[in-house]
Design a protein around this ligand. Structure first.
Ligand SMILES: N[C@@H](CCC(=O)N[C@@H](CS)C(=O)NCC(=O)O)C(=O)O
Length: 273
């Protein structure tokens, strides 16, 4: 039986969706993509992921959600051009950078991003940008350390650590939170090395095109821009840095959207339908 294509519930704006798309590209797996966060596609997204999050993939009727699980699935099905390093220590290192990108770096950058794309009439709470800068400095210093002996973060070749971090590190500058190239020269060289890879260059182009289209569509609203989607790690970062009053006010003012309740789909039966 001919294998059907993967559908990726995607968003050019989501670092998690971008990570999965980069993995698909790296592994040279055929896929089609659907903008899961466009309002017109909300129902289609809800049908595969009740949490209402991208990315999700549908592979011949089998749905996988959550970026790290999707990539683990891709690695299992298409082991060639591996994204998880062979050596145990490098595997552990790459997974911990992926987790750091997904839970910590994402939280910092997304939480400062609301004043760029969401419809709001307030200013960023005092101290938020400062807290973001402080925490990102820790990330930059750890990357500079890890790149002392390697061209890529966890291994001599590209791994999941590089793919998970790339969307964030390249976005940080937009929010005036980029690294200082003079203080972090190895990180800067890594960024240049990554940008030179065709899949990364295309990813950045897609992101730029998306932002241009979002700017042009201002007012017409193909995306939710009033209520912000909140979940665990992003709330944790906000509250842990003393912005609980601001967050409480957001809930009070009904500017919050929550993930939907989600339980696993039944075991997939490849012979059905
Ligand atoms: N743990 C999830 C997180 C995915 C996530 O946070 N997705 C965000 C976009 S970056 C989302 O779909 N939010 C829904 C929305 O903005 O409406 C993963 O790794 O895939």
């Amino acid at each position: 039986m001919k294998e059907r294509m993967i559908t990726l519930y995607d968003s050019a704006f989501s670092p998690f969706a971008r990570k999965v798309r980069l993995a698909l590209e790296h592994k040279q797996i055929e896929y089609q993509s659907l903008d899961g966060l466009a309002l017109v596609n909300r129902k289609a997204l809800a049908a595969v992921n009740r949490r209402m999050e991208v990315p999700a993939i549908d592979h011949d009727g089998m749905v996988v959600v959550n970026s790290a699980d999707i990539i683990a699935y891709l690695e299992r099905r298409w082991p060639a051009r591996a994204l998880y390093p062979d050596l145990n220590a490098a595997w552990v290192h790459a997974r911990s950078w992926e987790r750091c990108a997904d839970t910590f770096v994402d939280a910092i950058l997304v939480n400062v991003s609301y004043w760029s794309w969401a419809k709001r009439d307030d200013a960023m709470p005092e101290g938020l940008h400062e807290s973001a800068r402080k925490d990102l400095e820790l990330v930059y210093a750890a990357l500079e350390r890890d790149l002392a002996t390697r061209d890529f973060i966890s291994d001599g070749k590209l791994s999941i650590a590089d793919l998970a971090l790339f969307p964030h590190i390249t976005a940080a500058r937009t929010f005036r939170l980029g690294y200082d190239a003079a203080r972090f020269p190895r990180l800067h060289a890594w960024q240049k090395r990554m940008r030179a890879l065709p899949a990364m260059a295309e990813d950045l182009e897609r992101m730029k095109a998306f932002l241009a289209q979002l700017g042009a569509a201002k007012g017409k609203d193909s995306y939710e821009r009033t209520k912000i989607f909140w979940r665990g790690d992003r709330i944790e970062w906000m509250v842990a840095h003393g912005f609980h009053a601001w967050f409480g006010n957001e809930i009070q003012a009904q500017r919050v959207q929550w993930p939907g309740p989600s339980v696993p789909a039944p075991l997939h039966d490849p012979t059905a339908g």
